[in-house]
Design a protein around this ligand. Sequence first.
Ligand SMILES: [Zn+2]
Length: 60
Amino acid sequence: METKLELVKAQPDHAHRWLIEEARGPQSRGTCRVCGTEKMFRNWLEDADFITNEEHRQAA
Ligand SMILES: [Zn+2]
């Protein structure tokens, strides 16, 4: 998966790798580590587990 990062950069339909900031409110900002796109994620989870979702979204 890690080695695929460089290849994905040139693809417009890559799977975004969301790096999600620590929850500080109703929403957290996620930044794609591949293309830098930002997206707001709802913090329906209160625990720090939310941050680890990055790995899950990678597979999505
Ligand atoms: Zn992206």
